[in-house]
Design a protein around this ligand. Structure first.
Ligand SMILES: [Zn+2]
Length: 209
């Protein structure tokens, strides 16, 4: 659940919003309780190790690049330190509900979604998401990395100031250090989905090696 979606839900219903985090491979991984923020980890079912890009442990309060997941109950498909690229942040404080299960903050993205440009310049998907997610008339979008920017396809519901939005994203990329970024935004009728029905939003350039 992205911050902009959480705040829209809270404003609309004036009620606390719970969250749930799961992985196809590991099952239910984190669940909100009624008291504290974030989600409790299923520490009784899984061993979850937040790590950095090199696989070193990341302490509470810092965003991990990925995690290793070991399941303790699935004897048909045991997973041992299986890599999941969700970027989790462990919360250090105990939860007011009293549960000793560790907590993580809402998941904000996946390491796989980062775009890496020339000279190793890494752009987090948040740059695109915060600009596109704030346009109420953009229903969904897909962002494809190009050599020097991105091609964005958007399903729009009504009028969208496409030149203005494009300028905003170009500016953000330039501020991050991308020289003369090239960004295009094209309204489309439909976006292609994965076989399981999920919408993949970010397509990094494949590295040639
Ligand atoms: Zn709790």
């Amino acid at each position: 659940m992205l911050p902009e979606i959480r705040s829209a839900l809270e404003e609309t219903w004036n009620a606390p919003v719970g969250n749930w985090w799961g992985t196809s491979e590991g099952g239910p991984t984190g669940v909100s309780c009624a008291k504290g923020s974030g989600m409790h980890l299923a520490d009784d079912l899984l061993i979850i190790e937040p790590v950095d890009e090199q696989g070193r442990p990341v302490p509470p309060g810092a965003r991990a690049a990925k995690l290793y997941l070991t399941n303790l109950y699935n004897l048909i498909l045991p997973l041992i330190r299986y890599e999941v690229t969700d970027e989790v942040t462990l919360l250090a404080e105990p939860c007011p509900c009293g549960s000793q299960h560790r907590r993580v903050d809402d998941i904000q993205g996946r390491l796989d979604d980062c775009f890496v440009y020339a000279a190793g310049l890494t752009v987090h998907p948040l740059i695109f998401r915060s600009a596109l997610g704030r346009e109420r008339n953009i229903l969904e979008y897909q962002v494809r990395q190009t050599d020097n920017g991105a091609e964005i396809a958007a399903r729009c519901l009504g009028d969208v100031d496409i030149p203005g939005l494009r300028r905003k994203i170009v500016q953000e990329l330039a501020q991050l250090g991308l020289k003369n970024p090239e960004v295009s935004i094209t309204p489309v009728e439909r976006l292609e989905r994965q076989a399981i029905g999920k919408l993949k939003r970010f397509f990094p350039l494949l590295k040639e090696d």
